[in-house]
Design a protein around this ligand. Structure first.
Ligand code: ZN
Length: 172
């Protein structure tokens, strides 16, 4: 396993639309292992492959609280089959937009289908933080970052903040 570099806005790779995984192989699992390690190291609760520069429909997630054992989840080729009409705002953040948080309104519950670490199909409803996180990560697969939902002014401010942070990190 290896920690990979997480791309940040406004890197154009984050705008790419990811492609489906044809077959779940050891290479797919090696990618997911790297993604999970990168996500834990950040630390974050979700990561899409495109965020480390691999435009494939692969997501890792762990929603366990600090006092709980790790609960890694893997999603290959996820698709949303159904979502409820009720929406809820949630303050989101993103490893590709460090230190920026803002409310995004999304459906409260979604029914999704995906392949897991072993390539087995899972179909289930997601709600709460799980629903927020999977919709946020699946947006990455379409080239959408959560700040794309904010006003143009807020988005510009967010990108400026990230670029400034990059400079500080480079200097430090
Ligand atoms: Zn994100």
């Amino acid at each position: 396993m290896a920690i990979r570099k997480i791309l940040t806005v406004p890197n154009p790779i984050l705008k790419q639309v990811s492609k489906p995984v044809k077959t779940v192989t050891d290479d797919t699992r090696a990618l997911m292992d790297d993604m999970l390690e990168t996500m834990y190291n950040a630390p974050g609760i979700g990561l899409a492959a495109v965020q480390i520069g691999v435009p494939l429909n692969v997501i890792v997630m762990d929603l366990a609280r600090e006092d709980e054992d790790p609960q890694p989840r893997y999603f290959i080729n996820p698709e949303i089959l159904e979502s409820v009409d009720d929406t809820k705002p949630y303050q989101e953040g993103c490893l590709s937009v460090p230190d920026v948080y803002d409310d995004v309104e999304r459906p409260e519950r979604v029914k999704l289908t995906y392949l897991d670490y072993n390539g087995e199909r899972i179909t289930e409803w997601a709600e709460g933080l799980y629903a927020v996180c999977i919709q946020h990560e699946m947006d990455h697969l379409k080239g959408i970052v959560f700040i794309d939902y904010l006003s143009r002014l807020k988005r510009a401010r967010a990108v400026k903040k990230v670029l400034k942070g990059d400079k500080l990190r480079a200097a430090g």
